[in-house]
Design a protein around this ligand. Sequence first.
Ligand code: PLP
Length: 376
Amino acid sequence: MARIYFDNAATTPLDPEVVSAMSDTLMHVYGNPSSIHAEGRMARTSIEAARKTVANAIGASMAEVFFTSCGTESNNMAIKCAVRDLGVRRIISSPTEHHCGTHAIEAVQKSDAVAVEWFNVDHQGKIDPAELDRLLAAQPGVKTLVTLMHANNEIGTMIDLEAVAAVCKTHDAYFHTDTVQTIGHFPINVSQTPIHFLAGSAHKFHGPKGIGFVYINSDVHINPFIDGGGQERNMRSGTENISGIVGLAKALDLAYTSMDERRAHISDLRHYMMERLSAAVPGLQFNGDYQGRALYTVLSVSFPPSPKNEMLILNLDIAGISASGGSACSSGAEKGSHVLEAIGADPDRKSVRFSFSHFNTKEEVDAVVEKVKGMV
Ligand code: PLP
């Protein structure tokens, strides 16, 4: 039987149309976009067309979109440049952020005079915008960066983006959001929601790995993150990854064109799996705000304590099923999840993250539930 891939929050398979757009670019668009000759201009045209696609998708202007190497770089750029260049002296964030957020914050905390406040998340990983309001009101004179992910990659819990952005605006705080799990899956419009920085990554919406983007609001003026030849309007030097950029834009275009259909299909699968698993495994629970504001692509399942469940992810893999223990970085059994720890999950229970794409089917869900039933 073909393998079943239920680890789409770690990364998604490339869409064949993306592969075709990329290979076309790799074959024919080989000029250096900084060269002024015909080949260079052709490469520049491809990049700017891709930038337009991204800008249109999120309601930004083209000058506000910068291509980077990945979501990790975009998050690092936003957090580190806000501290270095915008006079930020206080960061408010959540312990459930992706490690590229938490570790970037810890890095600036060590090297700069920045105070960091970590939110108390509840048992579903939610933050309360009223609590953010209180925190910001408590120190009105201190320039603050609020950095909160739109959706958690391990448990799927989402913030109320509009509410958080509005609170930040009221207190004149900078707001950065890691939208790596939501770009291409949910509509996001920066012309309607006041956001200063936003990070995206192509491989989470069926584009290639090694390419991402950062949105930087035109009112925000930071200095270069990578110094060099002045590419990406001097913000992020380095010869552009043209095929990656084209692939990102193609994948985003497809994601936006079929967003409603994909969402309906994947939400249906997730709901079906919840019902079938609950019926099959006594004592099973779900992590996160799974019935509320949550990613429809992620189902984080908490299995009751049992020695049989310890090797669940490995046994699933042997049975031809790919899932993970949390984020891709912690999917090996050796390290516990900082997210599950932050929400106070019972360490004796075993959590498995199943995450879906529009390529998955109900038949696959049936097959996975049968296998799980036999294992636990
Ligand atoms: N932020 C979130 C929420 C993620 O899920 C990931 C990837 O797992 C990243 C950031 C990092 O993105 P990238 O793999 O493009 O560096």
